[in-house]
Structure formats: structure tokens, C-alpha cells
Design a protein around this ligand. Sequence first.
Ligand code: ATP
Length: 460
Amino acid sequence: MQCMSKQVKNEKMEAIVSLAKRRGFIYQGSDVYGGLSGTWDYGPLGVTLKRNVMNLWWRHFVEQRDNMYGVDAAILMNQKVWQASGHVDTFVDPLCEDTVNKRRYRTDHILKDNGVDPDGMSMDQMDEAIIKNDIKSPDGNPLSASRTFNMMFKTHVGAAQDEGSVSYLRPETAQGIFTNYKNVVDSFYPDLPFGIAQMGKAFRNEISPRDFVFRSREFEQMEIQYFVHPDKWEEAFNELLASTHEFLHLIGLKPEHIHELDVPKEDRAHYSKKTIDIEYDYPIGKEELLGIAYRTDFDLGNIQRVSKKSMEYQIKGTNEKFIPHVIEPSFGVERALMAVLSEAYTEDSVNGEKRAYLRLPAHLAPVRCAVSPLLKNKPELVKKARKVYEQLKHELGNVMWDDNGNIGKRYRRQDEIGTPKCVVIDFQTLEDDTATVRDRDTTSQARVAIESLLPALQVD
Ligand code: ATP
């Protein structure tokens, strides 16, 4: 029974991946050259959906709060950043090798795939579990003992190829925030608590990228470092957790698909004293969507130690000085997007015909509405429809013109990409200036006066 439901769920994942490619949401990176593992390119609809998610995050966490400051730091940073942060020494995953064909795997993933829970295990314990359970590689060969593998992409900045020119593509956006903490304090001197937020690319040389965009080598993060008085970290943590749930609601995720995991000490990142992972029921199973970590003064303390510059904060009007502690909500854009697509993907039947469509929240849909003339060979309908299209496009932006095929096919196509409403100009329009507005979810149709179309379609 369990096997059956897993298979059905993977069919759902396959259907989403196929729809995403076919309809121009997400393509394999470098596809024309056979692809590059762990990289994905966003097509015309995907880029809009992704931006809608990111803009909503920015609005919710930055613009609608009065204690949040945005930054956009460089991806390449001085190598000292990654030495001080601990990433050079400890940003590693356990890697084992197929002893015959030399393919490499993440040891914890191999265990998980074979029904052994690796949570809380040291690398030695994982190796013991592999031996005890007689686990082989996916090709049926023995596996080597594990070793650690640093996930940062190393590069050189400038013409010299020596140790001094080493840099890394950032594996998290957080360090670009920490290194700007002092700049923001000097420019704005905000009261505590305050946060600095950043959205942008991060790079990790994942040993085995998989599950569509879920585990990529290049992805985007949306992160906040929230600076607090050391005595007040807990209330800030809870407040950001509550605000995170509000955001997940805004992107349309159902509460019953969202789970909090209080990460045990052995599994927390090296800098964290408490971490709550938010997991989501993806079609591939329950997996991490985002994490909220209490990073203490670990990062600012390290920056102060290595840079020899004070990271202390002085409470205004007092002599009280200390290094602020930090709460970090860290969101992966791709994982948020994959959750949005999984939640939205729906199959039903309309007039006895199977339909697959994206039940996206209207404020996230890449196309807000499509406008069509009922028949494309009737110039009077086309002329009127073009006029309505131009007006709506001017006001709403993401409006699509669609006159291909018959009206039923147009509806199916728009349903598949999640367009909430289709506006159709027909012969009655020419008489009474009303149009048919057809709803994606209910498939019901209503006649709406053209002058009332805009309020009927606006969602903000
Ligand atoms: P995992 O355990 O799944 O590897 P992580 O705990 O290492 O993830 P963090 O370092 O906490 O992840 O990164 C913060 C967020 O960045 C994650 O919650 C996730 O949303 C996103 N993220 C991390 N790695 C990837 C990746 N390889 N591809 C896509 N998103 C990622």
C-alpha cells in the first residue's frame, strides 16, 4: 500500500517536471549540450512565478516591517570571510564511493534511500550502518568508507592563480549580510532588534543533485539576519517563526502539509544553538523547505576576531555594549517554488475529460488573465478583443493574448499554466459591452461589463 502511494506521488512529481518544461517554467540548464547536472534555467513563465514569490517575500519581511534593512552584496567575497565563518573547515558532506565504477554518493542519502534514518549519526556510525545493513551502491557494488567533501566552489580572483587569490562562490547569502552589519549600523543606527535581509544566488557543489530543483548546485536564497539583545533571542525566534508561517500561507501552502522539526544538536549546523526546520510534504516526501537558526554571536564574534574591528553594539543613551545575537530565517527560493507547484498541481475531470491544472494563488500566477476573441476569423471580434487586451495589459502587465485553437483548448492551455481567469469577447460583447469571464478552478462563466473587468481581475 505504501509502495503504491509513493509511486503515485512520484508520478505527480514527473507530471510537474514535464509540465514545467513543456509550458516554459523550468528547463534543464545547458540542455542543448546535454545539460549540466544540478543547474536549471527559468523560462518565461518560471521567471515570473519565481519573481512573484521573491517579491512577496520581500514585501512581507522587509517592506511591511519597520525594522528591516535590505542589502545586495557581491557574490565573490574575500576568502577571509569563509575562513572566519568556518565554511572552509566545516562546510562538508559525507561522501562515499562505488568501489567498482567510482560513482560518488552522499552517505546519508544512500542510507535514507535504503530505509535507514541517518539523522544524528556521525560519519563513522553511517559507515557502520552501511556494513551492518549490507547496503550496496545503486549499481549493486560495494561502497567505500566515507570521507568529508567541502561543498564550496573554489575559484581564483584576478590573474594570479596562487593561494592569495583564492575565493569561493558564496554557499549562503548570510555572510554578505554579516559583513555589512557594521555598515548598516553606521549608516542608520537602528534600535535592536533589527534585521538585514538579502535575496540572491548561492552555490553548493552538491555531491548528488536530485529531485528536480530541490537539490541544485546553483540556487537562490532569501535570508534575514535578525540582530537581537542576547537575553531576547527566544521571543525574536518565535516572532520570526510565526511570521514565516504567515508567509507560507501567503504562497498558498496548506498548514497540514507544513511540519516543524526541532533539529537535534548533532544535526544542527556548526553555528547553531537552536534550529527549527520547516518541512513540506513534497511529492518526493517530507523534506526541508527552510530553516530558522539561532546563530548566537558566532558570526559577528568571528568577524571581530579576524578583522580586529569591533562588532559591538551600544544601546543608545547607555554604556551597555555587546555583540548582538542573531536569529536567521533562511529560505530556499527553489524549494519554495517546488512547494508552490506541488500544492497547485491538480487533476480533475471537466465534461468527462481529464484536466491537469495549476491552482496557483492569483497573486502568484505568471499570467493574471488571458484575453481571446471567440473566433479569430471575425475582424469585429478581434478588434474589440485587442482593445480590451491592450487596456488590461496596460493596467495589469501580465496579461496574455490567446487566439489559438478553439475556446475549449485555450481554456485547457491557460488552466495548465495557472491563469486564474480567461476573458472572451463574443458577439454579445458587440451589443452590450460585456465579456465572458471564465474561472479556472470552478470553470464557471459569468458576464462582466467591460468597464468592470479591471476590479474583477485585480487581486492586490
Ligand atoms: P539540506 O540539509 O537539505 O542539504 P541545509 O540544511 O544544508 O539543506 P541550509 O544550509 O540551512 O540547508 O540552507 C538554507 C536553505 O537553503 C535550505 O532550507 C533550502 O531551502 C536552501 N537550500 C540549501 N541547499 C540547497 C540546494 N542544494 N538546492 C536548493 N536549495 C537549497
